[in-house]
Design a protein around this ligand. Structure first.
Ligand SMILES: *Cc1c(COP(=O)(O)O)cnc(C)c1O
Ligand SMILES: [Zn+2]
Length: 430
């Protein structure tokens, strides 16, 4: 990994050789999350918009020279990444906006954004010859790790809160993970998983602890900029020679936030692109939290630091963004503060209402946490935060089939008829 310079502690700034520490900076217990530092000059000589335009590997591994893995490390065979970025003109028009895209992460192999992180976890664990990989999860991170492990025959143990939706539990069991359901919250499962990892020497994928998870997640930022340039922006194609010299960035990206790892990862990806000179300006990151799990929103609004945050009792129907003390709070706060973005909070009712509106306006069926990004966009419009000309990307982070109980709450009932055309007519006119 000659392209990785160090792991830098986000609390004290200490820098470590990637082999010198396993996960966190040893000076701060479990909290010392580190950030991977790269040699951008070296990377820029190996990869660029022009070479990428010719690259037919439509997975996250098209960006391998920008990822913290050995160049020759084998990667799991499942197709992670390069999810579609759809223009959603009706959705935009409904909000008085002109340019809205939806990136459908429900199309990932395990049907959520988490595959981007878990695929990197498996590569790192196998580089270290780990026998077992473990993670705590509200459901999706576990399902993602489970799928990636199944694809390479890697043993894994997943800790879940008992509130996890049945579809996510089913995924884990079908893929063959050892599933440990904790009578407690996600935060309890996280703590227990950390203890077990230490006790048994398992490779720990936990968000906000393992520094490589936000690195996997940053690939979504690369894709957004590359896809905007290559397929959606004739202006930039004319001006820049088919994306040969640079990429377009959107003005804002809306994403739901639980632990803060996705938004932190997006921030990292965008910082990489700025450092490489492939984009010219930093998009504003718009973090959307559920009102009942809004620790990062509160910290942002009151101006406190990540280290001052206290755990809250998180409650929301959007299980994937339920986090009492967000594990990646340092990166999650910095992502919004350093991009001049905004944190927004939306109620469970607004999240549920967003599911059918997003689906009907774009064709993308999202689980509650995915639809929350759209609910946040609605809120931002209501608060007058947006200009109609802004180019806005919404991340739909998980597939609607992950939680059909919530989906059914968001819509009416089907028409039920007797076996007669007359009854169909009656039903249709009722
Ligand atoms: C994990 C997840 C999120 C939130 O990501 P964080 O890194 O925890 O902020 C949002 N949506 C879905 C579907 C998720 O699985
Ligand atoms: Zn430190």
């Amino acid at each position: 990994m000659d392209h990785v310079k160090s792991l830098k502690c986000l609390i004290c700034g200490a820098e470590y050789h990637p082999d010198a520490i396993e996960y966190v900076c040893p000076h701060h217990g479990e909290d010392g999350i580190v950030d991977v530092q790269y040699d951008y000059e070296l990377i820029g000589r190996r990869i660029g918009p022009a070479t990428l335009a010719e690259n037919r590997d439509y997975t996250v591994w098209r960006y391998k020279p920008l990822l913290p893995v050995e160049p020759e490390s084998p990667v799991p065979p499942l197709t992670v990444g390069w999810t579609p970025l759809y223009r959603a003109d009706r959705l935009a028009a409904g909000l008085g906006l002109k340019h809205v895209w939806v990136k459908d992460e429900g199309r990932q192999p395990s049907a959520s954004f988490k595959d981007r992180a878990s695929v990197v976890a498996v590569v790192k664990a196998q580089e270290r010859h780990a026998e077992v990989i473990t993670t705590a999860s509200t459901g999706n991170a576990g399902a993602a790790l489970s799928a990636m492990c199944a694809s390479v025959g890697q043993k894994n143990v997943i800790f879940l809160p008992e509130s996890a939706p049945p579809a996510k539990v089913a995924q884990l069991l079908v893929y063959g993970s050892t599933v440990i359901m904790v009578r407690g919250t996600y935060d309890d499962a996280f703590e227990l998983c950390a203890q077990a990892a230490k006790e048994f020497g398992w490779y720990n994928r936990n968000t906000g602890y393992n520094p490589y998870m936000s690195e996997g997640k940053k690939t979504a930022a690369y894709e957004i900029c590359e896809q905007l340039t290559l397929t959606h922006s004739p202006l930039s194609l004319a001006g820049r020679g088919a994306g040969g010299e640079g990429w377009d960035a959107p003005d804002r990206i809306f994403v739901s936030v639980g632990d803060g790892c996705i938004i932190g990862g997006l921030h990292k990806g965008l910082r990489d692109l700025l450092a490489l000179g492939w984009i010219k300006k930093m998009p504003k990151l718009m973090g959307v939290q559920a009102a009942g799990s809004a620790a990062l929103y509160d910290a942002w609004r009151t101006g406190i630091s990540a280290m001052e945050m206290q755990p809250i009792d998180a409650q929301t129907i959007a299980d994937s963004i339920s986090a009492g003390l967000p594990a990646d709070r340092i990166k999650g706060l910095a992502a919004v503060r350093e991009t001049d973005g905004v944190y927004l909070k939306v109620t469970d009712a607004e999240i549920l209402a967003a599911i059918p509106v997003l689906a009907r306006g774009s064709g993308v069926f999202a689980e509650p946490a995915g639809a929350a990004a759209y609910a946040g966009l609605v809120k931002a419009v209501e608060q007058g935060l947006l200009h109609p000309d802004e180019r806005i990307v919404l991340l739909s982070t998980g597939n609607g089939l992950k939680d059909i109980a919530s989906a059914r709450k968001s819509v009416g009932e089907p028409l039920v008829v007797d076996k007669s055309l007359a009854d169909v007519k009656r039903a249709l006119t009722r």
